[in-house]
Design a protein around this ligand. Structure first.
Ligand code: FVH
Length: 294
């Protein structure tokens, strides 16, 4: 069988906060690393640590079969790679974008003779290369490319393949981040409620964290109900009971001089479900109110 070198060469385009963090992990793992950045001085510290700086993006791409891009946005990727020969290259784009942009990028790369993987980074730069901080990166697109370069892609963070649809990494990324924003909107409202009272935020925080951790168990139940289509079995806090409680939340917010604007959109969905006769069910059905068949 073919011998695969342990530390394969990597080319990285983009040395912003994230690109620099990625670069450091490949250097630390002993990969020959070629870097390029629009502002060349950002490569200086990496060159001092063993990276090779290319004068142009084309020169950087020519240096390695595996080319990783981590730039600001899709437009900067298009500009950077516009006149670059990608024939026979394995292109991995870790720039954040939409699923549709990733699908278009996959077509664009294929037309230029490259295999393609899109990536969604679930980490901030200080978490990269620090496995105990829990970073991971979603990948989607060419399964072969992923399998062949898996060891290299694992250096910065755990690598999870989400499917051959190139849009799936981005879709998973944005779905998880959306869940995060939902959580923080609840956290924001909770802190606002206690803000003007003699309750210390640092004393309150462990209570809120413990409650949210306990409630996160409900994520599995939502998933099971969506798959089974059964929103009634084993319901412990049905929709009718929860809708009856809405005035308590709104009156408390008013009493604390807190705007209810972060809570009311979700309450409105619950009220719509109740009006449609789903009072005995679980709130998981609100997912279906948000989705329309394409
Ligand atoms: N930093 C974070 O917390 C998040 C975590 C999750 C993933 N994101 C995404 O990663 C991409 C890069 O983010 P970044 O943190 O490295 O961003 P910056 O530090 O702002 O660096 C931007 C790099 O892009 C280069 N660049 C910008 N415009 C162009 C252009 N028109 N042509 C070529 N390069 C361009 C910029 O170059 P320079 O300003 O140094 O010359 C930086 O290398 C991003 O998609 C995040 O959403 C990070």
């Amino acid at each position: 069988s073919q011998q695969i070198p342990a530390n394969r060469p990597v080319t990285l385009l983009g040395l912003g906060a994230m690109g620099t963090a990625l670069a450091r992990t490949w250097l630390a793992a002993g990969h020959p690393l070629t870097v390029w950045n629009r502002t060349p001085s950002r490569a200086d510290a990496l060159v001092a640590d063993g990276a090779k700086a290319a004068a142009t993006a084309a020169e950087a791409v020519a240096a390695s079969p595996l080319v990783v891009v981590c730039l600001l946005d899709g437009a900067s990727v298009t500009t950077t790679l516009a006149d670059v020969d990608l024939t026979g290259k394995d292109l991995v784009d870790l720039t954040t974008g939409t699923p549709e942009q990733a699908r278009r990028r996959a077509e664009w790369a294929r037309a230029r003779g490259a295999r393609f993987l899109d990536g969604g980074i679930m980490a901030v730069p200080p978490m990269i290369g620090v496995p105990q901080s829990g970073p991971f990166i979603f990948y989607s697109g060419s399964r072969d490319l992923f399998d062949e370069h898996r060891a290299t892609l694992q250096a910065p963070a755990d690598a999870t393949f989400t499917g051959e649809d190139p849009g799936f990494a981005s879709l998973h990324d944005i779905a998880l981040l959306s869940g995060m924003y939902g959580m923080f909107s609840g956290v924001t409202h909770a802190f606002a409620l206690i803000r003007n009272e003699d309750i210390s935020p640092t004393g309150f925080a462990p209570l809120l964290k413990g409650w949210i951790n306990a409630m996160s168990e409900g994520i599995d139940q939502v998933a099971q109900r969506l798959e089974s289509g059964d929103y009634t079995t084993g319901v412990v806090s049905n929709l009718a009971m929860q809708v009856a409680g809405i005035p308590t939340f709104l009156d408390t917010a008013k009493g604390q001089n807190v705007s209810p604007e972060l809570l009311t959109p979700y309450f409105a969905l619950m009220e719509r479900l109740l009006a449609a006769g789903h009072g005995e069910e679980d709130t998981a059905r609100t997912v279906d109110l948000l989705t329309t068949t394409p």
